[in-house]
Design a protein around this ligand. Sequence first.
Ligand SMILES: C[S@@+](CC[C@H](N)C(=O)[O-])C[C@H]1O[C@@H](n2cnc3c(N)ncnc32)[C@H](O)[C@@H]1O
Length: 212
Amino acid sequence: MSQEQLLRDGAAALGLSLSDAQCQRLLAYGALILKWNKVYNLTALRDPGTVLTHHLLDSLSVIAPLGRECPEKANLLDVGAGAGLPGVVIAILRDDIQVTCLDAVAKKAAFVQQVASELRLKNLRGLHARVEALTGSYELISSRAFASLADFVSGSHHLLAPGGVWMAMKGRVPDDEIAQLPPESEVFHVEQLTVPGLDAERCIVWMRKPGA
Ligand SMILES: C[S@@+](CC[C@H](N)C(=O)[O-])C[C@H]1O[C@@H](n2cnc3c(N)ncnc32)[C@H](O)[C@@H]1O
């Protein structure tokens, strides 16, 4: 089966119907990751099939949940985005969301800038900074494979807009990390996900400031 068909079938299993432009951009993004991997040291994965399942479909699994939490335009900060996961995928699927992919490593942020330019994604930017030192205000703050929940929310607490939410992509439900969250954050939903082609546990931990 072609990469395009695998992507379309996987997206359909996640409840998503990809437009031709979205499909082409996602495949082009996967190809850019592999093309520039040696220069930017972006991923341990080496073949298009695993990039498709472990990066593209894994990131696509948050799109439907995100549609529920964020039906309309918003500013999203993806902390420790690396090659742009899940931020680039969100930017491709949601042109009403302004996505900032943040990374402490300059060349990773530069790669995301290059992706934004090559794929003509006006709602995407790569930014080089440490999250603790960043200023700004974001309604959504996401992360995937970044840090413990406690370090994620403490490092980005000053960046969450009033009424905003954190979206942490995790593997197995991290009960121990949830128990160690600081009092200035609370979990309001833990959502288990099934990623097509990936035989692994996945969940989103949704958090907000108490009383928000
Ligand atoms: C394991 S990678 C995950 C990358 C991507 N989110 C993914 O799922 O493939 C974690 C990233 O966080 C970045 N990082 C670590 N500490 C950071 C900080 N304090 N501020 C911003 N980025 C940070 C690292 O440079 C690295 O690219």
